[in-house]
Design a binder for this molecule. Structure first.
Ligand code: SF4
Length: 449
C-alpha cells in the first residue's frame, strides 16, 4: 500500500510541545481558502533537514469517520521544508483571537502514517547544494576562520563569515566558507520595494516584527567583491556560481555601476563561471551594461504574474510591474538566462488566473526557468490581506503538480528548479525571443484558419 492509499492521520502538539498523531482524526490541509483531504499525488515523506513547528494560538483540525471536521484542543503543527522542496498545501487550524502573527517562514501541512511524517510538497530540484547534514559544523567554522585570517582586509569576506555564517547560518555563506557551489555577493543597503515578507527590513509599523537578517552595514568596493569571486573560483573549480542579491541586503540593481565594475574586474582577470543577479528586476535600463561586463543570468522575484497581486505584495516605490516585464524581455534579448523566482503560495499561485498570466509572461518575454520557492508568510494573514486588497483569485488551486504540468505543456522549453543553475559563462538559450512565442492553442487556431 502506498502513502497515497493509506489513512493519513492528523498531527498536533500538546502544551509541553510534544508532537504526536491523532489516533482517529484524519489530516486536513488547505489550498487557499479551501479545506480538504490532501490530493493523492501531493504527500511525500518529510524530507531530511526539515523542521516541525508548533503554531501558537492555533488549534489543530482533523476529519472524523463521519466526514465532519473536528477542532481539537491541541496545537496545530506545520513543517518548514528543507531547501529544494516546494509546499503544495498549508495546514488547517482554527485561530484564537489573540494568536500572534507567525514569523516569516513557510508552513507546510503535515500528516502521519505508518510510523513516519508526511508533508504536502514536491521536490523540485535534485541539486544537493543546500544539504549540510553530512558536514560537521566544526569544519565550516575552521574553513571560515582560515578565510577570515587570510583576507582580513576584505570587509565583504568578513561580513559573509562573521554575520552570514556565524549569526544567520545562511546556506549560501556556508557554501562560500566550504568553497563549493554558489557564493553570495551582498552589495546593496537599499531597496525600492517594501515586500510584505522582506527578511532584511520591515516598516516600523509592520505587524511582522521579526527581521531575521539585518542589511549589511557598508557598501563594498568593486575590488572587494571581485576578490570574493576570485576566492570562490579558486576553490570551486568545476561549477562556480556567484550571486548578487542575498537575504542580508536590499536590491542589488540599486548599485548597478558597482556590480558592473565588479563583474568586469573579475572577467578581465579571467574569472570563469556563472555570474548571477537575484533581483526585483525594477531597473531594466541598467541591464545592457551588466550583460556587457559578463553577467550570465538574472533571477527576478515575483509572487504573481498579475500586476494587482504583485503590487500588493512588493509595494514598489518608484517602479511598476511593467518595468519588471521589461527587464525579463530585455535580459532575454541580451542573451541572459532568465529565471523567475516564483514565491509560490498554494491555492493562489496555482489558480487558472495565475497560470494564464504566468504562461503569458514566460512565453511572451522569454523566461528560461522557474524557481519554485515558498512564500514565507503567515498563510491566514496573507489570505486576509489579499482579500481586503486586490482580492483572491476566483478559481481554486489546481495543485502544484498539475500547475507545473500545464505550464510545461504551454512552454515546453521551461525548466523548473529551486536553485540558480550553473550555466558556464554564457548560457545556451532555448526560450523564445520576446514576441515570437506561439502557444499550442495559437498554433491550433492558425491551422484552422
Ligand atoms: S525586493 Fe528584496 S530587499 Fe527589496 S523589499 Fe523585497 S525582499 Fe526586501
Amino acid at each position: 500500500m502506498s502513502a497515497q492509499d493509506e489513512p493519513m492521520f492528523m498531527v498536533m502538539a500538546d502544551a509541553q510541545g510534544q508532537i504526536f498523531d491523532h489516533p482517529e482524526l484524519l489530516m486536513l490541509c488547505r489550498h487557499g481558502r479551501q479545506w480538504g483531504r490532501p490530493r493523492p499525488d501531493e504527500m511525500i515523506p518529510l524530507p531530511k533537514e526539515s523542521e516541525l513547528f508548533l503554531l501558537p494560538g492555533r488549534y489543530a483540525v482533523g476529519l472524523d469517520s463521519h466526514g465532519e471536521t473536528q477542532v481539537t484542543e491541541h496545537l496545530a503543527v506545520a513543517a518548514f521544508l528543507a531547501p529544494a522542496h516546494t509546499l503544495s498545501a498549508h495546514p488547517c487550524y482554527v485561530q484564537a483571537d489573540n494568536a500572534p502573527m507567525l514569523p516569516l517562514f513557510a508552513y507546510g501541512a503535515v500528516g502521519f502514517a505508518r510510523g513516519r511524517f508526511y508533508v504536502c510538497a514536491k521536490k523540485v530540484d535534485n541539486d544537493p547544494r543546500q544539504q549540510f547534514s553530512q558536514i560537521p559544523r566544526k569544519r565550516i567554522e575552521q574553513k571560515a576562520a582560515l578565510l577570515k585570517k587570510r583576507y582580513a582586509a576584505n570587509r565583504l569576506v568578513q561580513h559573509i563569515l562573521n554575520n552570514c555564517v556565524a549569526r544567520y547560518d545562511c546556506p549560501a555563506a556556508r557554501n562560500f566558507a566550504l568553497g563549493r557551489f554558489e557564493a553570495p555577493l551582498p552589495s546593496s543597503r537599499t531597496c525600492n520595494a517594501r515586500c510584505l515578507g522582506c527578511i532584511s527590513k520591515q516598516d516600523e509599523d509592520s505587524p511582522i516584527a521579526v527581521t531575521p537578517q539585518c542589511r549589511l552595514a557598508f557598501i563594498p568596493k568593486a575590488q572587494e567583491i571581485a576578490e570574493v569571486m576570485q576566492i570562490h573560483a579558486s576553490r570551486e573549480v568545476e561549477r562556480p556560481i556567484y550571486s548578487f542579491g542575498q537575504g542580508c541586503e536590499g536590491d542589488p540593481l540599486q548599485n548597478a555601476q558597482l556590480l558592473e565594475q565588479s563583474i568586469a574586474l573579475f572577467r578581465q582577470n579571467g574569472g570563469a563561471g556563472t555570474v548571477n543577479i537575484n533581483t526585483n528586476g525594477s531597473r531594466p535600463e541598467v541591464l545592457p551594461a551588466l550583460a556587457k561586463a559578463g553577467l550570465t543570468s538574472i533571477r527576478i522575484s515575483i509572487n504573481s504574474a498579475r500586476e494587482e497581486l504583485y503590487t500588493a505584495y512588493y509595494r514598489p516605490n518608484g517602479y511598476h510591474f511593467s518595468d519588471v516585464l521589461e527587464s525579463v524581455r530585455l535580459a532575454r534579448s541580451l542573451g541572459l538566462f532568465v529565471s523567475l523566482n516564483l514565491l509560490f503560495f498554494p491555492g493562489v499561485s496555482d489558480t487558472e488566473e495565475e497560470l494564464a498570466a504566468l504562461s503569458e509572461l514566460v512565453g511572451e518575454n522569454g523566461v528560461s526557468m522557474i524557481q519554485l520557492r515558498n512564500l514565507n508568510i503567515d498563510p491566514a494573514w496573507y489570505l486576509n490581506y489579499l482579500e481586503q486588497g486586490p482580492g483572491l483569485p476566483a478559481t481554486s488551486g489546481m495543485g502544484l503538480a498539475t500547475f507545473m504540468k500545464r505550464l510545461k505543456r504551454l512552454c515546453p522549453w521551461l525548466r523548473f528548479g529551486y536553485f540558480n543553475p550553473w550555466l558556464g559563462e554564457r548560457a545556451e538559450l532555448s526560450a523564445p525571443l520576446p514576441g515570437t512565442w506561439q502557444t499550442p492553442e495559437k498554433d491550433q487556431s492558425k491551422l484552422q484558419h
